[in-house]
Design a protein around this ligand. Structure first.
Ligand SMILES: [Zn+2]
Length: 277
């Protein structure tokens, strides 16, 4: 647990890697998954910030059939994830990506939204650039988070895979020790830093607020024309400006689709996260 808390705080304290309540981390031990509770900031986690869930019960969710409508499916899925929590955990809500963390066989999983990496995931040529620069990473096209994303990964994730890039969202690293997580992240940041050299001197463009790049941006800035008040909204918008600048090196910025934006706007799990902000 000490290792999990240490690397969660260390990465969480760097706004270039994650802002506000974004991102999450987990650890597996003796058949239990410990994952950061939804809405908690990585920078300030303690042992109490993690929800303990039965790993086998989580993986059994993949065998279930759910209703087709978004609302019914997400409600049933969320109830099943919560039901996998060990006794005494009812007051904490597991992250929306809990099942995804469970799918990695490695002991530790680190999920971040780094600005530089999202310059790649939110770009028109992102998939092609990712294949060239990070051939061992799995690229996942824009997809509804939660159940849909976990289902997709369950079919594509192989045990030796340690890096997953999510279009218009962020990155997952998985490893059996914290040092390997460090190396995987550093390699990706160094490689991308070389690709976008000079970007730090450019004046980033002002992307349209109605065309958000990531779910985080919707949670903290909304998807309307006006930027809301507050530190998190401003931080996310400055992040979006840098993402747009970095994306210029990979074929130009690519906002989320209208369809995915309206899903996130109406998604209960993200309203919950916003209410904790
Ligand atoms: Zn995320």
């Amino acid at each position: 647990m000490r290792t999990l808390i240490d690397f969660s705080r260390r990465y969480g304290a760097d706004p270039a890697l994650v802002i506000a309540g974004g991102g999450n981390t987990s650890m597996k031990e003796n058949g239990v998954l410990y994952i950061k509770a939804s809405g908690e900031a990585l920078a300030s986690v303690s042992a109490d910030s993690f929800v303990a869930l039965d790993l086998a019960a989580l993986l059994a969710i993949l065998e279930k059939r759910y209703p087709l409508s978004d609302e019914e499916r997400e409600a049933a899925f969320l109830a099943d994830v919560q039901a996998a929590a060990l006794p005494g955990q009812a007051d904490k809500r597991a992250s929306v990506e809990t099942l995804l963390h469970a799918l990695f066989p490695q002991r530790y999983v680190l999920h971040l939204h780094p600005t530089l990496i999202n310059g790649l995931t939110c770009s028109a040529e992102g998939a092609r650039a990712a294949a060239r620069l990070f051939p061992s990473a799995l690229w996942v096209p824009e997809c509804r988070p939660g159940y849909t994303l976990a289902r997709l990964l369950a079919d594509r994730l192989s045990p030796e895979r340690h890096t997953v890039l999510l279009q218009n969202h962020g990155v997952f690293f998985a490893a059996d020790d914290a040092g390997t997580l460090d190396r995987l992240l550093k390699h990706m940041l160094d490689t991308l830093g070389g690709e976008v050299s000079g970007a730090e001197n450019a004046e980033p463009p002002y992307p349209a607020l109605e065309e958000p790049f990531t779910p985080d941006q919707i949670v903290y800035c909304g998807a309307g024309p006006e930027l809301p008040e507050g530190e998190n909204a401003r931080a996310l918008y400055e992040d979006a400006r840098k993402i747009a600048a970095f994306a210029g090196f990979f074929g130009g910025p690519r906002p989320m689709s209208r369809e995915l934006i309206s899903f996130i706007v109406g998604w209960e799990a993200e309203s919950y996260r916003k209410s904790r902000a």
